[in-house]
Structures are given as structure tokens and as C-alpha cells.
Design a protein around this ligand. Sequence first.
Ligand code: HEM
Length: 233
Amino acid sequence: MDRVSKDQLHYLLLKTHSLTGLVPIGAYLCVHLSVNSLRTVGVLPYQLSIDAINNLPFLIWIETIFIYIPLLFHSFMGFYLSKNARYNLARYRYPRNGLYTLQRLSGAVVFVFLVYHVGTTVVPKWTNGKHLFEAAPFLIEIMNMEFQTWTGRIIYLIGIASAAFHFANGLWGFCISWGLVVGVRAQRNAALAFSLVGVVLTVMGLATVFEFSVHPESTVPTIAGVFSGKGGG
Ligand code: HEM
């Protein structure tokens, strides 16, 4: 078999970068913000959803394979592409040119936000040994505290809006680069549809932040007694 040339490898990495932005990362973002928005219905539905996730068998493997590895690949490849991109916003002031720059900027903001977000939720959960049904009350308390300050609310406002923009604008780029949307009119309609996706994700995320901010409610584990080894998977 012939060896893969440098150009072929570059093309393959570009396509993998583009695809991982949609699945699993984009899909995860939609599911994650939807599940979090259960908090607007009540603390119990939200707690049950966290229970379901934290009782999954092989959770650490699922998260590593479907979230962390694609996320790290997409992020580092994104930084590499941004470093080698040709920015010409000062010369050509087209809206699409501005969006090209914003796509790279929002990616960097989301990366910083994620280091903070995972570092203040998942990391303390693991280091404090909060597994199974103990995870939800612990994480809910962290969120309650986070949203009692304006700093916390603003960090999440920026993180959610940047992630929603990066995903929605990325969807448009994905459709163009994979040849799914051809023609000026189709591209304009796609831009409108994806803008709506971005707005819906942002509103869902901010509604969750609002609910945590105005009704911080603590909970106890849904099923008591599982930590003494009597059940819970
Ligand atoms: C309303 C806003 C948000 C809330 C309340 C929230 C809440 C949470 C919670 C509680 C966890 C820990 C889950 C667990 O360990 O069981 C988590 C993990 C995570 N969140 Fe968020 N999140 C929000 C927004 C976001 C956004 C905008 C992104 C993407 C940029 C994001 C990406 C992640 C990732 C990648 C993880 C780690 C996944 C895992 O290990 O399960 N989150 N989030």
C-alpha cells in the first residue's frame, strides 16, 4: 500500500476536525444544555438526570472516549488551524470574514471556559469520591454556589453564548465544506436556520443559569444506603 502523503494527512486531519465538531461534540452540547434545562422544571427532574448519568456502567470510559478525546483533538487542531490561518479582516470587511475570525476567537473562549467548568464540577466530584447517587446533590450544591455571584453568572453567560455561537456557525461551515449546501440562496437559508439553533441553545442555557440563581435548592441523595455497598450498580 502507498504511504499517506503530507497533503493527504493534512486533509484527513481537517475532515476529522470538522466531523468531531458535529459528532460527538456538537451533539453532546445540545444534549447537555437540554438536560441541564430540566433544572427549570424542578430540582428533582434535574437530580434524576444526573443520577442516570452517574450510575452508567463504564462512565469514565464513555466520557473519555466520547467526550474528552474528541474534545482535546478538536481543540488542539483548532488552535493549530487558527495559528496558521490568514486573517484579512482589516482589508476585506465582509460579514463572513468577521464570522471566520469570531469562529476562532469563540473556540479559544470555550476552551478556557471548559477548563474552568470541568475543573469546578467533574474534578471535585472525582477527587471527593462522589459517585452514584452521591454525585447529584454534590454537583447541584456547586452550581447553587456558582450562581450566587455575578462573577459565576457572567462566566457562564460568556461560556454558553460562545459555545452556542461556535457550534451554530461551525454547522454552517460544515455544510459548505462537505458540499451539503450549495448555492447562495441555500447558504443564506442555512445561515438563518443555524442562527436559530444558536439562539435556542443560548436561551436554554441562560434559563438554567437564571433558575439556579433565583431558586438555589439543595437536595439529598435520591436513594440512601447505596454507599455502604448495598446496591446502585
Ligand atoms: C447552564 C449551563 C451549564 C450547567 C448547569 C452545566 C452543568 C454541568 C455539570 C453539573 C457537569 C458535571 C456532570 C457530571 O459529572 O455528572 C458538567 C460537565 C460538563 N459540561 Fe457542563 N454545564 C453547563 C454548560 C456547559 C457548556 C456551555 C459546555 C460546553 C462548552 C459544557 C460542557 C461540559 C463538559 C465537556 C462536561 C464534562 C463531561 C463529563 O465528564 O460528564 N457545559 N456540566
